[in-house]
Write a protein that binds this ligand. Structure first.
Ligand code: THU
Length: 158
């Protein structure tokens, strides 16, 4: 039998670096404008670019449910629609219908999109990920690729 282990840190907010604490605050700010009338699950995301720019996103829902989009992809697509600046880090936070901290663990589709950008040639270093959990603590991964092993990527297309 084979097995995989994923390395991550679980940090209280005061243990985050200043840059990453600021990024988490930006994600919290973005969450305020989430449009989530159906799930009442609000998600905010903030993408830090190598040039220091921060791009925000939040979940945008729709009466035709699949037409909505997750916060992470709103932020990532927005960032990439403006420039091909490398991505340093992405922060994600969420609250549930009661307004309490919820696990902001990026869904599979968002992980796939993160991975796509992590594999771009412009990307000279890995994309870090910070996800706030239901206790208000932060899971920190130094490389988004750790979130999606056995990945499907452009190489699979031959
Ligand atoms: N959602 C996100 O924004 N990011 C994720 O990674 C998981 C889920 C949103 C989608 C939907 O608006 C709501 O959370 C409930 O699934």
């Amino acid at each position: 039998m084979n097995s995989l282990a994923i390395e991550y840190q679980l940090l209280d907010d005061e243990k985050l670096s200043k840059a990453e604490a600021d990024l988490a605050s930006s994600a919290i700010q973005a969450m305020e404008m989430a449009y989530a009338p159906y799930s009442n699950f609000k998600v905010g995301s903030a993408v830090l670019l190598a040039n220091g720019e921060v791009v925000l996103g939040n979940n945008q829902e729709n009466a035709a449910y699949p037409s909505g989009l997750c916060a992470e992809r709103v932020a990532l697509f927005s960032a990439k629609s403006k420039s091909n600046e490398p991505i340093s880090c992405i922060a994600v936070v969420a609250t549930n219908a009661k307004g309490a901290f919820a696990d902001a663990f990026a869904c599979g589709n968002c992980r796939q999109v993160m991975l796509e950008y992590a594999s771009q040639e412009v990307q000279k270093s890995p994309i870090r990920v910070i996800m706030r959990n239901h206790e208000g603590r932060f899971l920190v991964l130094d490389d988004v690729r750790k979130l999606l092993p056995f990945t499907f990527n452009s190489k699979n297309l031959g």
